[in-house]
Design a protein around this ligand. Sequence first.
Ligand SMILES: CC(C)(COP(=O)(O)OP(=O)(O)OC[C@H]1O[C@@H](n2cnc3c(N)ncnc32)[C@H](O)[C@@H]1OP(=O)(O)O)[C@@H](O)C(=O)NCCC(=O)NCCS
Length: 512
Amino acid sequence: MGNASLQAVRDVMSHPVVTASSGETVAEAAARMREQHVGSVVVVDGDLPVGILTERDLVLLSAQGADPSNDRVVDWMTPDPDSVSSDTDATAAFASLAERGYRHIPVVDDKALVGLVSMRDLMRIAAIQPADSIATDVPRGLEGVEVAETSVGDVRGLEGFYHYRQYNAVELAQKRTLEDVWYLLFEGELPTRQERERFLDEVRPLREIPPEVAAVLPEIARLGADAPPLEMLRTTVSLMTAALRFEPSLDVSADELRAQALRVCAVVPTLLMALYRLQHGEEPIPPHPELSYAANYLYMLDGKEPSPEHARAIEQYLVCTIEHGFNASTFTARVITSTGADLGAAVVGAIGALSGPLHGGAPSRALAMLDAIGTPDRAEAYLREQVSSGQRLMGFGHRAYKTYDPRSELLRGVAEPLGGDQVELAKQVERTAIEVLDELKPGRRLFTNVEFYTGVVMNTCGLPREMFTPTFASSRMIGWCAHILEQAADNRLIRPSATYVGPPPPQPVPDA
Ligand SMILES: CC(C)(COP(=O)(O)OP(=O)(O)OC[C@H]1O[C@@H](n2cnc3c(N)ncnc32)[C@H](O)[C@@H]1OP(=O)(O)O)[C@@H](O)C(=O)NCCC(=O)NCCS
């Protein structure tokens, strides 16, 4: 405790620094970044740093269709970057720089560049806070407060990076199936070929809805004729876990809890699609035993086997939304599990938390904005008008990411090959919106978030808008369950305190 203040920037900075000169081309500087495996180069004039060029600038450059072999570093770098001196206390450096959304900061002594420090390194040190200061100074909404240890995954907002276990989540989405990543979250390792086969065999029969639950689904769908699918799912999962007699997590073995988690994660897509179809006067379609999670998800919507492109696009969406740190619904699931309550209670609570507009988001709202814009030529006027009149652009900005949301970049790449006017419009709107936000909301660092391309991908793959958030719940169920298993394996009741701010007690109780 408290050893943070003993560490200075010099203890964590890297040196020598990969540098560039302002006159060279962006392509030359980018090649050096690639060769040296660094995310930025410091632009120097002699020893003096005059700018910084980061991967983020390269993304912006390519998004704007510029030519890196023609454009010069000076055109794209951030000039006069903030810097720290090597003897600055690391925690203090983090505190003063964190808000500005940097990833790398030059370390300068006597006007000469001596190193480069990443926010990641500073953050690691700054996270070590004396327990007392945490107890007395908790920010509203618990923002930034570390409430548990986890090996499930993490989000590093300032870096635009998040991971599941030890792997980059975006890379997993690009290279692996949903089932592989599901296995990773439950078991801690990616499966071998045999483990994969065993896992698929284990999960396949669990997709079926238990008969006693299937029998009451038409009733639930009838009662909730206008109910959002997520509310019907919440009710049905509660009913199902009661019907299957899930015991309090405190009383069941780790193996039994894992089996319950698998059961719930496997059946949720079937429940969602069955409820959706019943709500629209159609019979549910049973899961297809030969299809993967993602392909089966689309199949159960209309009984048609989806194209491999659509199945893979949805799979990548599902993988990239499985887990995202200690968000409100994940925290809810862990709090409920910490009481020893059954797994059903924990996931129903999590669905409840996710259903709130501040959390589950609204990918359909981002799509509605694209509809309202209509054609690329109308984008700028529309976006300017919205921002100038104080409206928020749907699909932009994020509490944690003050740089590109890695999920939005992934999903742009998923949407592109699907083609279509909507994808082209979305790309145009994204470019214009970032420029407009940069101009009208300078310094706020507003970029595209996960919601923006989610709607485009789902819509192009044929999912109805009211199923966007439920689809999110389906993949996130796996993340919640991984956290439930972790919480139950090493449990302590989560029971924080609050500061009482009402009238001073004890006041005499008036006689009735
Ligand atoms: C996601 C979101 C809630 C994060 O909010 P936050 O971290 O609390 O950010 P703040 O509300 O503190 O906003 C900071 C500034 O950026 C502006 N801002 C944030 N998001 C904006 C957006 N999408 N469009 C325009 N301005 C935005 C705010 O108006 C504020 O400006 P101000 O300093 O002039 O008041 C917010 O960015 C938002 O509402 N985005 C649109 C809805 C959306 O896409 N939701 C899905 C999230 S995954």
